[in-house]
Design a protein around this ligand. Structure first.
Ligand SMILES: [Zn+2]
Length: 286
């Protein structure tokens, strides 16, 4: 550790800079992964039904191909227009060719990722916890936005997040491997059970399978002991978010973003969250 100490002051700005670049990539993930899934389903269904896919449906479409272009005029995004945040400011928030406004969400996702990366590095310095935390953060940002957009948490992200959490705790990165495995199982089962009971009581489905997998992944990263706090925090955040967004009765509301925020808070502010909950329990007389 001591040899690395002199580098700790560099960890935060370096993480922020790296966060800008990763945020730029996450914008592609958030936009393309749902489209990639839709194309995959279409191809699967057509093949299954013996129909011939169209030439457009057979074109490669992944995180790299085709190159990014303006959705309105199809003019390609050039290298200098791909610099996180700076390009957005240089272009004045408009497409360089047709002047169509570019969504503010692109620079916001980049700035958010940079801020979250900086906070993780500030909390954990130059360590494995920071490295793991950056991976966790990036994947949670992608999941939160995809779920908010589409009400869907893709297996392509939740399942790798789960086994990356188990690997991270192989030698006790955050918690023991036993706690991580138990957390993954309990995370899945607890929401599954809740959903099943809710369905028995009301005849409605309150949550999606993606939520079970996301909580399983958070259990793998944070251990079984953190799960009650994650669920409690996520429920609080969800209630406030639904109220703020004026979600009506019977309207769909994505729970994934609340779970992602709660999981990230528990990871990044581990001791602080534990202290705050301890204080709250004492103050309320438990
Ligand atoms: Zn354009």
């Amino acid at each position: 550790m001591s040899g690395w100490n002199m580098w700790v002051p560099f960890a935060v700005p370096l993480a922020a800079l790296f966060g800008l670049l990763v945020g730029s990539f996450l914008n592609v993930v958030i936009y393309r992964v749902p489209l990639m899934m839709e194309r995959e389903w279409t191809l699967f269904a057509k093949t299954h039904l013996g129909q011939t896919p169209t030439a457009a449906e057979l074109q490669p479409f992944n995180l790299i191909k085709p190159d990014s272009c303006c959705p309105q005029c199809q003019s390609p995004v050039r290298a200098w227009q791909n610099i996180p945040v700076i390009s957005y400011l240089l272009l004045g928030g408009k497409c360089g060719s047709c002047k169509m406004p570019i969504s503010k969400r692109y620079p916001l996702v980049e700035l958010l990722t940079a801020a979250l990366f900086a906070l993780v590095a500030w909390q954990y310095g130059w360590s494995w916890l920071t490295l793991g935390g950056l991976v966790l953060t990036a994947m949670l940002v992608a999941l939160a936005f995809i779920d908010a957009d589409t009400q869907y948490l893709p297996d392509q992200i939740t399942l790798p997040l789960l086994w990356l959490g188990l690997l991270f705790n192989w030698n006790g990165g955050m918690v023991s491997l036993q706690s991580a495995v138990a957390g993954a199982v309990a995370g899945y089962l607890s929401l599954w059970l809740l959903c099943w009971l809710y369905k028995l009581a009301t005849g409605k489905i309150g949550m999606g399978g993606g939520d079970f997998k996301l909580l399983a992944a958070l259990g793998a990263w944070l251990g079984i002991g953190a799960l009650p706090v994650v669920v409690f925090l996520a429920a609080l955040i969800g209630i406030f978010a639904a109220a703020a967004m004026r979600v009506g009765k019977g309207q769909q509301f994505a729970f994934g973003p609340s779970l992602a925020v709660a999981g990230w808070l528990v990871f990044a502010a581990n001791q602080q969250v534990a202290a705050a909950i301890g204080w709250w329990l004492r103050a309320s007389g438990f």
